[in-house]
Design a protein around this ligand. Sequence first.
Ligand SMILES: *Cc1c(COP(=O)(O)O)cnc(C)c1O
Length: 351
Amino acid sequence: MSKFLVSKYKNLEAYTPGEQPKKGEFLKLNTNENPFPPHERIKDEIIKYTNTLQLYSDNDCKKLTSTFANYYNIGEKNIIFANGSDEILAFCFLAFCDNSVCFPEISYGFYKVFAELFSVKGEKIPLDENFKVKPTDYFNKEKTIVIANPNAPTGIILSLNEIKGILENNKENVVIIDEAYIDFGGESAIQLTKEYNNLVVSGTFSKSRNLAGARLGYAVASEELISDLNKIKYSFNPYNVNTLTQVAGVVSLEENDYFIKCCNSIIENREKFVKDLDDLGFETLPSKANFVFTKSNKISGENLYNKLREEKIIVRHFTQSEISDYLRISIGTKENMDRLVSVIKKIIEVN
Ligand SMILES: *Cc1c(COP(=O)(O)O)cnc(C)c1O
């Protein structure tokens, strides 16, 4: 740290991203990326736009907006795009968190970081004894609410009725539902934005749409909320979504069969992996995401994490005491998961 850093950031604890090792060195099951490459047509379409890169990108993301609006049957004024949904969430914190915000105690690490960065008091609401977000804990909060659904790193989902309950009991504050993992078996709250003008649904092309490296996130909400988010965007970085990423996003939405096929195969691999873990004596939380949160009855989370790493497999371990027994494991291809299961077997047997 230099002596020049603004004093209010001296104690800021930045988000720690999962490790990104060199390609091919490890089996990477630590950051919930999609194991399948983007649709091959994305390359062909992107190439057509490389000779326009001397120009700024379309700050309104017109083609992407109309394609997305059509896909989800929503209005074009109900959408905003950004450089990943992390940026969407940052805009939401800036736009809607005046003094205070609340979110589950065990959830996506960025909520806490943004609260600190933007000097907003962050109330952390504990999960229940089954690691579930308890909807009634979020009733009548009188402050902005952020909930990841499915939650991370647990993978547990709230039903649309539970989300509705939260919305019915928070008419005077904004409710942000972070749907980074909604496409792996959950039901999106996007259509509820037509009914509730205080609901923001954020999402990303990073996980289910195979485009983590392209950085594309979105929010869907009432026109008023979207215009607030645009005010922040146009005060910060109007060209936040680059030309090539906009093209990639459009093609991803157009190639729907491929999207469905990738999601279905991840869901199938997840269900099989959970069964295999059951057979090995693991306890796994019920996941609707492209990862599972699981603990062994034979070996500690930290120990298993280290042993897997020695075998060139990286998963995610969190040191927070309530969840330090658990590992968060991203779902890869069938071959990936079979290899992981056989390595886990070997580790447990000699342990
Ligand atoms: C991955 C993730 C995001 C951020 O995704 P981007 O890559 O920035 O679009 C947001 N929320 C949750 C819960 C996530 O896991």
